[in-house]
Structures are given as C-alpha cells and as structure tokens.
Design a protein around this ligand. Structure first.
Ligand code: GDP
Length: 444
C-alpha cells in the first residue's frame, strides 16, 4: 500500500530530519519536492497545492521544541496536515436509524461493489452482531444476482431470494419488506453497475433511493483508477448525494492519489477500504494510521509529540514550584491565563497544585470564559516588567494608563489585581499545606 509514495516522501523527509538547522529556502525546496511527489502519485493538483501552502504557512517561524530538530518539526507538520487532508477522524458506517437500516451500494461495474457489499455484510454480522440481509438490484445481469447469492452463502449472510422479472425498485421494496418481517437490522442493496456513468443508470439509482430512503449511500470506487475514481465519486455525489466512500484495491495501490484526494475534492469521508480479495480484507479508513503509513515517519511524529508534551510539563513544574514558594507574580498569572485559554479551562499547571479541585470549582462557578482570559492577559501586557513582578507599584495614575492601554476600565484592572492577590495567597497556603500536610486546604 502506497509504497511508491512512501519511498519518495521518505527520502525527502529523511534529508530534512538529518540537518541541524533549516533555512526558509531549505523548507521551500523540500516542499517543492513533496509537491512533485504528490503529483506523481496522482494527487489532484488543487489538493497538492493547498496541502503545500498549509505546511509552508505553519513551518515558517515555528517554535522548535527542545530535543527536536527543525526538520523533525517540519515532518510533524507534514504529518498533521496529511491527517487533515485525509479527513481527520475515522468515520465508520452509521447504523443510527430505525431497523431495518437501508444501505445503498453504488458504483461502476468492476469497482468491487458486490465484493464490498458481502464484506460489509460479513463485518456487520461478525463484529457488530447485526442481522443483515443483502439484495442485488442488478436486473440486467442475472449473473450479478447469482454472484451475490453465492457470496452470501460463503460469508453466511442472508440474501433476498431471486424473483425474475422484477424492476430494481420492486426488488428494493421487497427487500425492505423482507427486512421488516424477518427482523433484520440492516438491508444492503447492491445496485447495478455500469462501465461508465450513464443517465439511465443514474435515473434508476435515483428512483431506488427515493423508494427506500437509504440511511447511507456508499459509493464504491477503485483506488487503482486514481483521479478517475475521484471524478466518478463527484459525478455520483452530484446526481445522487452519497454519504461515504468505500475505496477498494488499496492493497495494490502504490501511489495513493485517490485516497489522498477523495476527501478534499468530494467533501465526503472514505468510510472503509478494501485491502484484498478475501471477505475479511476490509478496514476502517483511519486518517492517522493512513498518514503514518504514507509517511513512514511514525517515530519522528511520536518523538515530537512527546517532546512537546514534556516541555509543557516542565514549564508547569517550574511554575508550580514558584507558586509554592509564594512567588506567584503577574507574569505567572498571565501564563496561567494563556494556558487556560489554550486548554479550554482549568488544567495544566493548576492540576499540579494540591487542593486544586476546590479552586477549580470556584473558578467554574465564576463563569470565566475564553474572552475574559484574553482581556485579562491584555491588561497584564500593558504593564511594565517591574509592575508585573511587583503589582504594588501600580498606583492610581498607572492603573488608568494600563486600563487605557488595554482597552479596559480601571475597575477591570482592580478586579484582576484582586484575583491575583487571592490566588497568590491561596497558593502560598496550599504550598505550606502540601509541605506540612496540615495546611488550611490540605484536606480538600
Ligand atoms: P463489481 O462489478 O463492482 O461488483 O465488482 P466485484 O465485486 O465483482 O469485484 C471485481 C474484482 O475485484 C473481483 O475479482 C474482486 O475479488 C476484486 N476486488 C474487490 N475488492 C478488492 C480489493 O479491495 N482488493 C483486491 N485486491 N481485489 C478486490
């Protein structure tokens, strides 16, 4: 899977990580190479371009975490943006509807539609313990109906008995009726495929869709056809509205162009991938795992993540130590406010403090939101360095200036200083409490 692309990208990124320092020109050159590699892998031009732009924008002036080289940071950024391009989160088939849940399988002939229907039937039966009924709506090719019946026997999934002479819509309705009467959870409807998209085919599928209101419309596309698969997906989506994509033959796909462009071009998630001819050769499409596979740089990504986490913890530890010693000044408060903003609430440094659960409750009760954190940080920014270290220096006239400088009122400045005083006092007490084990808040 993706071997050719992985080789190319691996070479480019390895060269980056081996270097100590990187100039902007180095990054630009590497990104030119990445872009070329993506285009050779048959990734859609606009997807490749957008991807490179995003990586470059993030890579310029990025903070390099200790123990990590700039090159490694760039690899991490490439990885993150790749995950985004692939769709960020894994999305499986949804069955959140009343039973029997109709799922419509559509796609061109030869894309692997019937095989995928059987694979999904088996997966839902064995993994999710659902009772599944499969039906072929291919009225023009009796062989297709027989193929599904045979796959049903091999996988142990029930199929709708074949009744010659019925239209696709009639079969679909009969399948839903049988699904209801038989107590099935899911009804998989395998529609007729064609070698190319034609109007008659689309009209028939649209009619079936109207008749059964499927919960999922899954387009099956062959990864080996590259951009053709993406174009097909767009056409089906335009005519029919699909809810997800099943990308087959990923096992033989060295390039990865379809997998990489599908989500960005169609806006629809790849839900499952076919990775072989056997019935269990179907996987969830997990952007994280696929990105790791394409880049082959899992180690570097893990290293950067760990280093970034360690740095935060290190800073937190130092700040907590200062607090314990009663040295909690406005610089520390600002750092806290930024942390809270970043983390969306009370955590980080605070969680290292003893008795913090109580403080958290108080803060939550005070209904502090992100904009408040931002405003308070702005007030601190307007103070001089000396004032931040020693707030007692702030007399009335300076408070007025600070308020004006940060677009706040003197009252806001006073509130902030009061909050700081209370927090500093509380931390001093908690610090003592932690040492002796008998402080006023130690038992909380
Ligand atoms: P349909 O015409 O779209 O229904 O296509 P079929 O389901 O009959 O599949 C056509 C061929 O592709 C069969 O030989 C399948 O075994 C094969 N096939 C389907 N999915 C995959 C896959 O994910 N990997 C591989 N290697 N072969 C597949």
């Amino acid at each position: 899977m993706f071997d050719a692309l992985t080789d190319r990208l691996g070479g480019i990124l390895d060269r980056l990580t081996r270097r100590g320092a990187l100039t902007e020109a180095d990054v630009a050159e590497a990104m030119r190479e990445v872009r070329r590699a993506l285009l050779e892998a048959d990734v859609a031009l606009e997807v490749a371009r957008d991807f490179i732009d995003r990586v470059k924008a993030r890579a310029v002036g990025v903070d390099v975490v200790k123990s990590v080289t700039p090159g490694q940071m760039v690899v991490k950024i490439v990885h993150d943006e790749l995950v985004k391009t692939l769709g960020s989160e894994a999305q499986g088939i949804s069955l959140a509807a009343s039973a029997p849940v109709p799922i419509l399988m559509v796609g061109l002939q030869g894309s692997g539609k019937t095989t995928s229907t059987a694979k999904i039937g088996r997966r839902l039966t064995t993994r999710e313990k659902r009772k599944v009924l499969m039906a072929s709506l291919d009225t023009r090719r009796p062989a297709a109906m027989e193929q599904l019946a045979m796959l049903g026997e091999q996988t142990g999934v029930a199929t709708l008995p074949i009744v010659p002479g019925q239209t696709a819509v009639q079969i679909a309705k009969r399948a839903m009726e049988a699904g209801r009467l038989g107590g099935y959870d899911v009804v998989l409807l395998d529609t007729a495929g064609r070698t190319t998209i034609d109007e008659a085919l689309m009209a028939e599928v649209v009619e079936v869709k109207r008749a059964v209101s499927p919960h999922e419309v899954l387009l099956v596309a062959d990864a080996l056809t590259g951009q053709d698969a993406v174009v097909t997906a767009r056409a089906f989506d335009g005519a029919l509205g699909v809810t997800g994509i099943v990308l087959t033959r990923l096992d033989g796909d060295g390039r990865g162009g379809a997998a990489l462009s599908m989500r960005a071009v169609t806006g629809k998630p790849i839900k499952l991938v076919g990775v072989g001819e056997k019935f269990d050769a179907v996987d969830e499409f997990d952007p994280q795992r696929i990105a790791n596979r394409i880049l082959g740089q899992g180690d570097v990504v893990a290293l950067v993540e760990k280093a970034a986490a360690a740095i935060d913890a290190e800073q937190a530890q130092k700040a907590a130590e200062r607090m314990r010693k009663g040295q909690f000044d406005l610089n520390d408060l600002k750092e806290q406010l930024c942390q809270m903003q970043k983390l969306g609430g009370m955590s980080g440094i605070m969680s290292l403090m003893p008795g913090v659960a109580n403080l958290k409750k108080q803060m939550a009760g005070a209904n502090i939101d992100e904009s408040v954190f931002k405003r308070q940080a702005a007030i601190i920014d307007s103070m001089t360095k000396a004032e931040r270290r020693n707030p007692d220096l702030l007399k009335a006239s300076r408070k007025k200036r600070v308020a004006a400088g940060s677009g706040a009122k003197v009252e806001d400045v006073n509130k902030l200083l009061k909050m700081h005083r209370q927090m500093a006092d509380m931390m001093k007490m908690m610090g003592k409490g932690a040492k002796s084990g008998r402080g006023p808040l130690a038992g909380l």
